[in-house]
Design a protein. Structure first.
Length: 763
């Protein structure tokens, strides 16, 4: 008995639910959604909520009704559009799509709980698929044909056509979305992508808009340009033709921005370049030949107009850029194509500065400093000055200026020269090589007091810091600090009992930071010096280390200058000499006569250094301007041609030395180096450069990886990003790879446990 009543109860519930569905269906059929008047929306939604929640057959009926209602209306719209006059097709298409969108919007809102109950069936996507298959796919050919006409109307000046095209393109975007969501804003339906679902299911879509573009727009543009170039080029002078095409492309660019996918812009621009420029100018041979003729004939106005036209096409197709590079290069080679100038480092850089000014004057005079031509000039000069050797030449030129080149120059002239140097610096490809060479030469000038003015040095570094950053000049700034600190210490040393002159030997010592200065620490560091000198050095060392207790002094004796008084000559001459020269004199006083080999063995100094110092005793022009072999402080068997001691020759002190000056220099002017020393120096330079480069690469990689903690970093991305961030030199792939491995060894970064080609920062 109980079972009988239960079955009847279930039947009764089912009948009631079916009746409710029928009532809702009747209400939905009234088309209330299309009129945007849903006064009983909440009531209908609550009933749908209840029915959907019960599950079973009701949910399937709801979904079928949703599809059926939308499909019927879509088919009705399609039939109307098929009968529509082609002239009104676009307007009616947009009108019907708007109505369909409203229907989908309201129905989706009412059925939204069903979507939660059954998330595998995205209602908005179902509706779009129905619209695409039953309306859009069937009439798209007619739509696109009409859009083609609108494009050409737009090109002929009808701006209303562009608005219609834009509306069509926005409508077509609806069919691109795989996971659409629909929103209502100001009575307008907005379709967008559901980003969350897209991330979970990143399948690629078939993009109808792009297909339309490829099939219709590019073909249409090509056809249009074929007619246009023949019509325009042969009906107007060339100058007018170029100006008219500038106007056309500018307008065409506006159209592209309005309604064309940006990834296709370059395809269109290449078509424009081919038809409007290349095809039009083919009777001149080629675009490049035509541009070259304009330069040679000095028709700069026409060149400016042509540049405006070519600037509207992709950069890699810009013919003026290539011709301009060649033009500046030919001018450069015409001026610098002689070995004498190339070998004269100082004159070479001076001429480069003049050449740069000539090119800038040329741009200013004929192109009114137009940014485009300035950029071409900078690009061309950068290609000319990018060689590593130019970085060394520029550092030699600076050395010349600081030693003697600024002598007699006004402050304004010096300022201009420094500005020119900085401008050339900006073109350097290897700023790291320049940095090392500048440090080396400046270290020598500052230590040996060879600069005309420390202020000139500071001005240059200040300007370099402004352009390259303070980090770039930090070592040189440290050098200035060392000089200032040494100056203070010299004054303090003079306050001691001996007044800075222990054993009556006046000391003038500069203490330098080990890592800031690029100095040549030769083998004289380990040489045994006379006791009277070593006592003096110990005295200064005690003074300094008492003041700076946590520091250590390493003596660079090979850089020393010494004033020597000659008590055994007719006059009390004083020479400014090297420590090596003092030791040679002391030896000769004891032994009277020695060979080169004897001196080298007794002092532990290499032959080349001995030769250089003996030449300073004999041929220094401060006392021997005519380079007589028997007029020096030392005499011996010398080869007159090469001004060197003969292989088995011996030397001795010239006690009959006579000079008009009391004080003079014996320091060798030109330091001769053996082939071995040259090779060693080149190897050392390359090692220094490599060390600097490795430090920069490793610090860059570390900085990048530290900023990406918690993010995945692939090998390829890290390589590319490191190369991009280094501007002091061009980091090669193998260098970056080597330094990644070094950082792994140092436990700064590690390979990902999941994927070997990915890296993580070790915090």
């Amino acid at each position: 008995m109980a079972n009988y009543y239960y079955i009847d109860f279930q039947k009764g519930i089912k009948i009631i639910e079916e009746e409710m569905l029928n009532k809702i269906f009747e209400y939905l059929k009234t088309g209330v959604f299309l009129n945007n008047k849903v006064s009983s929306f909440s009531k209908v939604y609550s009933i749908m909520y209840s029915l959907t929640d019960r599950g079973g057959e009701n949910t399937y009926k709801l979904f079928d009704y949703y599809k059926k209602t939308i499909l019927n209306y879509i088919l009705e719209c399609k039939n109307k559009l098929k009968e529509e006059n082609k002239i009104n097709l676009i307007d009616k298409f947009l009108e019907n799509i708007r109505k369909i969108n409203f229907l989908i919007y309201w129905m989706t809102r009412i059925f939204i709980y069903y979507e939660r109950y059954n998330p595998t069936k995205k209602l908005s996507q179902v509706a779009i698929n129905l619209c695409k298959l039953n309306l859009f796919d069937e009439i798209k050919k007619d739509i696109f044909t009409e859009v083609e006409k609108l494009i050409n109307e737009d090109r002929n000046g009808n701006k209303e056509s562009r608005l219609k095209i834009k509306n069509v393109m926005n409508t077509l975007k609806i069919f691109d979305f795989k996971y659409p969501i629909i929103l209502k804003e100001n009575n307008k339906i907005i379709w967008a992508i559901d980003e969350k679902q897209l991330k979970n299911e990143p399948d690629k879509n078939t993009i109808e808009q792009d297909l339309w573009f490829e099939e219709y727009f590019i073909k249409d543009t090509k056809k249009y340009l074929e007619v246009k170039v023949n019509k325009d080029f042969f009906n107007m002078p060339l100058s007018e033709y170029i100006l008219s095409q500038i106007t056309f492309i500018e307008e065409e660019n506006e159209r592209l921005i309005e309604y064309i996918n940006p990834k296709y812009h370059n395809d269109i621009k290449e078509l424009e370049y081919q038809y409007l420029i290349v095809n039009a100018l083919k009777e001149y041979g080629s675009v490049e030949i035509y541009i070259k003729n304009l330069l040679e004939s000095e028709d700069y106005e026409q060149l400016i107009n042509l540049s405006r036209l070519t600037r509207l096409i992709p950069k890699d197709l810009d013919p003026i850029s290539h011709v301009f590079d060649s033009y500046i290069k030919s001018k450069y080679e015409e001026k610098f194509n002689n070995k004498e100038l190339l070998n004269n480092q100082i004159r070479f850089v001076s001429e480069v500065i003049k050449f740069k000014k000539e090119i800038e004057a040329f741009i200013q005079a004929h192109f009114k400093n137009i940014t485009y031509f300035n950029n071409l000039k900078d690009k061309a000069l950068n290609l000319l000055f990018r060689k590593e050797s130019f970085a060394k030449k520029l550092s030699i030129y600076i050395d010349y200026c600081m030693r003697s080149g600024f002598k007699g120059k006004s402050n304004e002239e010096i300022e201009n020269t420094l500005d020119n140097i900085i401008q050339l610096f900006l073109y350097l490809n290897s700023k790291l090589v320049f940095q090392i060479e500048l440090n080396k030469k400046m270290s020598e000038r500052l230590l040996k007091n060879l600069s005309l003015s420390i202020n000139y040095e500071k001005k240059l570094i200040s300007k370099l810091g402004q352009e390259a950053g303070l980090q770039y000049v930090s070592k040189i700034q440290k050098m200035f600090e060392d000089l200032e600190k040494s100056k203070i210490n010299k004054e303090l040393y003079k306050t001691l009992t001996h007044k800075g002159s222990p054993n009556d030997i006046k000391l003038n010592i500069t203490v330098v930071s080990q890592n800031a200065w690029e100095i040549n620490k030769n083998s004289m560091e380990n040489i045994k010096i006379p006791k009277f000198l070593s006592v003096c050095l110990e005295d200064y060392e005690n003074f300094y280390l008492n003041k700076y207790k946590n520091q250590k002094l390493i003596w660079c004796l090979g850089l020393s200058k010494i004033e020597i008084k000659y008590l055994y000559l007719d006059k009390k001459y004083i020479s400014i000499s090297t420590l090596s020269q003092l030791l040679i004199l002391l030896l000769l006083e004891q032994k009277e006569e020695l060979s080169l080999q004897n001196i080298s063995e007794l002092l532990g100094i290499n032959n080349t250094t001995i030769i250089n110092n003996i030449q300073g005793f004999v041929y220094n022009p401060s006392f021997n301007p005519l380079a007589y072999e028997d007029k020096g402080i030392i005499k011996g068997s010398f080869n007159e041609k090469i001004k060197e001691l003969k292989e088995n020759g011996k030397v001795f002190i010239n006690k009959n030395f006579n000079c008009s000056k009391i004080k003079f220099s014996t320091i060798p002017l030109k330091q001769k180096k053996s082939d071995l020393e040259i090779n060693e120096q080149e190897l050392k330079d390359s090692q220094i450069i490599k060390r600097y480069q490795n430090n920069i690469i490793q610090s860059t990689i570390t900085r990048i990886m530290k900023s990406r903690i918690g993010q995945e970093t692939t090998h390829v991305w890290l390589m590319n990003e490191t190369s991009k961030q280094i501007d002091l030199f061009k980091a090669q792939p193998h260098q970056i790879k080597e330094n990644i491995e070094k950082l792994i060894e140092k436990n700064v970064i590690k390979r990902s446990d999941k994927i070997g080609s990915m890296y993580e920062y070790i915090a």
